[in-house]
Design a protein around this ligand. Structure first.
Ligand code: EPU
Length: 419
């Protein structure tokens, strides 16, 4: 097991390069099943979640070559001959469920173990299943598995009760080779969905409106291979922007799309962080006096739940009262108790957290309870007095490429230790 040790107090400077988005690459790898031809992902992030979903595809006989030097993933799904991925792998990664839409679409049958709950909430899959049903699949759930069969998928109008990212992606992928037109209403609008639609279209699909609240998919007969370079990771960029603010530093974050970062830029600017965008880079100046703010997480273009923990860490040492309301996941405040161990004054009341900023957090051993919680604790450690030891680092490795090396490059005193 690894832990990350942070000696707080250093000011950061210089620039950091952002990797491609994990949450774009995972559905794109799943989508490659649809074509049955070779697909190439360039500049892919070399992350644990990417390795796990690749193993899930291998478990149904796909051939995947990951070149960690050139960050290239070559996927050949022509030989898929199993319709039940390894349940041990599926349980490791909820996003494994994203292969369901492509598998039903291409083979007309699929069986997968239920993903179950996870640290941040119960995360049901009812909306995915309703969508597959509406397209004509026969879906049954029992004995811990979901099974779907469909002689033929037929386009339909699907209204999502909630703009679920995963359900929008899964239904979109199932629909690309369905007969006729599918319309997904109240679809999630996250940039990663637009990226997936772009990849599907480069394989020959006809998806219109990916990344808006109405996605139209005109079914095509078959798809070809494609080469794709995913979008930048807006959450990794946001995490480094908070790193600048929490350490009262000025840094340059390279590899960003300003549009995707608008909700994060707006909130940091409201606090008094000065952000200047220049093309695909931005300068974040957190050297001024920062103010407390209120945040409510919302589906995109609202403030992302994946940045909630990092902002809680930052607000913990900003004088005054801030309130964070988490509306997406019902159990995504577990980092608060770890931050309290570092001296933070946070009170949780249902879906809201009231944060009274203190002068300075103090380092201690804290546990990373999920991916973003772990990143947030590292951020707290950068600003805290003394040494912070973040354990259960495997959560962080699921979604951040070399986080400690990137922070070292900015001048942080941070390193990894095996224990
Ligand atoms: N939901 C349902 N029924 C469904 C699907 C979702 O009730 O069938 C609920 C969930 O329980 C949750 C809410 O809808 O309360 C949002 O879930 P959504 O489906 O939008 O999330 P997801 O697709 O499971 C993706 C990201 C998450 C990110 C969320 C929200 C990927 C691989 N994961 O999850 O990323 O938090 O969207 O933006 O894209 C992370 O990167 O740390 C992470 C957790």
């Amino acid at each position: 097991m690894d832990k990350i040790i942070v000696k707080g107090g250093n000011t950061l400077n210089g620039e950091v390069k952002i990797s491609s988005a994990k949450n774009s690459v995972l559905p794109i790898i799943a989508a490659s099943i649809l074509s049955g031809n070779k697909c190439i992902i360039d500049n892919a992030p070399m992350l644990e979640d990417v390795f796990v979903i690749s193993d899930v595809l291998r478990s149904v006989s796909a051939d995947i070559d990951i070149d960690k030097t050139s960050n290239k993933i070559i996927i050949d799904t022509s030989d898929i001959c199993d319709y039940e991925p390894c349940s041990e792998l599926v349980k490791k990664l909820r996003a494994s469920f994203l292969i369901m839409g492509p598998m039903i679409s291409r083979f007309g049958k699929f069986i997968i173990s239920l993903p179950g709950g996870c640290n941040i909430g119960t995360r049901p899959i009812d909306l995915h299943l309703k969508g597959f049903n509406a397209l004509g699949a026969e879906v049954s759930v029992g004995y811990g598995y979901v099974e779907a069969k469909a002689k033929k998928l037929i386009g339909n109008k699907i209204y999502l009760d909630f703009p679920s990212v995963g359900a929008t992606e899964n239904i979109m992928m199932a629909a690309v080779m369905a007969e006729g037109e599918t319309i997904i209403e109240n679809a999630a609008e996250e940039p990663e969905i637009e990226d997936l639609a772009k990849f599907l279209n480069s394989m020959g699909a006809n998806v219109i409106g990916g990344g808006t609240d109405t996605v139209r998919v005109l079914g095509v007969k078959n798809l070809k291979g494609a080469v794709h370079k995913p979008i930048y990771d807006r959450i990794e960029a946001g995490t480094f922007m908070v790193a600048a603010a929490i350490t009262k530093s000025k840094i340059k974050v390279c590899g960003v799309n300003e549009e995707h970062l608008k909700p994060i830029i707006a909130k940091l600017t409201e606090m008094g962080v000065v952000i200047e965008v220049e093309g695909e880079s931005l300068t974040v100046d957190g050297t001024g006096i920062l103010k407390p703010i209120d945040i409510k997480t919302m589906p995109y273009p609202g403030f992302p739940t994946d940045m909630q923990a990092q902002m809680m860490g930052l607000l913990s040492s900003v004088k005054g009262t801030s309130v964070i309301t988490e509306t997406i996941f019902e159990n995504r405040f577990m980092h608060a108790s770890e931050m309290k161990r570092m001296g933070a004054n946070i009170k949780i009341d249902g879906r809201s957290a009231v944060i009274e900023g203190i002068d300075r957090l103090t380092g201690c051993e804290v546990k990373s309870t999920d991916l973003r919680a772990g990143a947030a604790l590292i951020l707290c450690g950068l600003a805290a007095a003394g040494t912070t030891e973040v354990t259960d680092v495997y959560h962080i490795d699921r979604g951040y490429v070399n986080i400690e090396k990137k922070l070292q490059g900015l001048g942080a005193n941070i390193y990894r230790e095996c224990y």
